[in-house]
Design a protein around this ligand. Structure first.
Ligand SMILES: Nc1ncnc2c1ncn2[C@@H]1O[C@H](COP(=O)(O)OP(=O)(O)O)[C@@H](O)[C@H]1O
Ligand SMILES: [Mg+2]
Length: 304
């Protein structure tokens, strides 16, 4: 920690937890932190371990002891490394690092059921959703959802994979029974038809939405995911939508998050939260320097 006398620039030491320095988001965060005068190093969390010894735990990166060096961490934990990534992020947190996405927040956002339970407890509007394992009463329970069509979702899918649209309650029953027989927990959700294959990605940094874009399937799919062929465009969010997005990120424990909303006839509904939201699509669509905003947030939160 050094204060450069006359510029009062606070020099922070940041570890960027990422599997590869060639990823767009990793590069952008690295470049913005360097440009703002900070020390930043990419640490591949999959090569980290923890040594618990005499109540003095150490974080090891390959053979190197990386304990008690950094002021802050930026976790970029991919879905395939959640459990291990969480262990490492949690350990850095315990050692006093400021963290833009708490281990608990990552955990909550990786599972759509946990996310929903947490959002509903915090009065965040979500689509009406059923979670059940009761095959015998399935038909009756499905009737609690409005409309003939419904959405069936895996709890931990991403990029639109693991989200299905059942055209009727009858076909929903056969899909749900199949999922239950495979021991795959699912959510059953009212299909918000008027969202029209579109959703809004709000990029929350601290207490504001710094950028937002619309993703649209262009009528080709009910899913708007870019990985499923969706296109992006700039969108202006209402004050209410922005407020909901910020509140969602905060209640989950994420200082930085991508919050996804759909517009329904009853107002905005949050469908998911992403703790390692990509920067490429949204920086490209909106021309906002989101990486720079994230580094500024860290500057604000690292104690001088
Ligand atoms: N209840 C719903 N009603 C209408 N469309 C939905 C609903 N839930 C999801 N979608 C559409 O499907 C897409 C993928 O769903 P989402 O829950 O975000 O899963 P994933 O984590 O795979 O992105 C959303 O971006 C949205 O376009
Ligand atoms: Mg999504």
């Amino acid at each position: 920690m050094v204060i450069f006398s006359q510029y009062i620039t606070y020099f922070m030491k940041i570890y960027l937890l990422s599997v590869s320095g060639s990823l767009y988001s990793t590069q952008r965060l690295f470049n913005e932190a360097s440009r703002r005068g900070h020390y930043i190093r990419i640490i591949d969390h999959t090569k980290c371990g923890i040594l618990f010894d005499d109540n003095q735990p150490k974080i090891l990166f390959n053979k190197e002891d990386v304990t008690n060096f950094s002021d802050a961490i930026i976790p970029r934990i991919g879905a395939s490394y959640t459990e291990h990534g969480l262990a490492i992020v949690n350990q850095f947190e315990k050692m006093g690092n400021y963290n833009i996405a708490s281990a608990l927040g990552i955990l909550r956002s990786r599972n759509k059921l946990l996310t929903m339970q947490h959002m509903v407890a915090n009065k965040i509007p979500i689509p009406k959703t059923l979670y059940t394992k009761n095959t015998l009463l399935l038909k009756e329970q499905l009737n609690l959802l409005e409309g003939e069509q419904c959405i069936i979702k895996f709890l931990e899918g991403t990029h639109g994979l693991g989200v299905m649209l059942a055209e009727s309650k009858k076909s929903a029953i056969s899909i749900i029974e199949t999922m239950h027989s495979l021991n795959k927990p699912i959510l059953i959700q009212e299909f918000v038809k008027e969202s029209n294959g579109e959703d809004i990605r709000a990029y929350v940094v601290g207490d504001k939405v710094v950028a937002s874009m619309k993703r649209s399937s262009g009528g080709k799919d009910f899913r708007s995911n870019v990985h499923r062929g969706g296109s992006t465009s700039v969108i202006t969010m209402t004050d209410e939508e922005q407020h909901i997005a910020v509140k969602t990120a905060q209640c989950l424990g994420l200082d930085v998050a991508g919050i996804d909303l759909i517009r329904s006839k009853n107002g905005p509904l949050v469908i998911e939260a992403n703790s390692s939201a990509g920067l490429e699509g949204i920086e490209g669509a909106t021309k906002v320097n989101i990486a720079g905003e994230i580094i500024k947030l860290i500057e604000k939160n690292v104690k001088k």
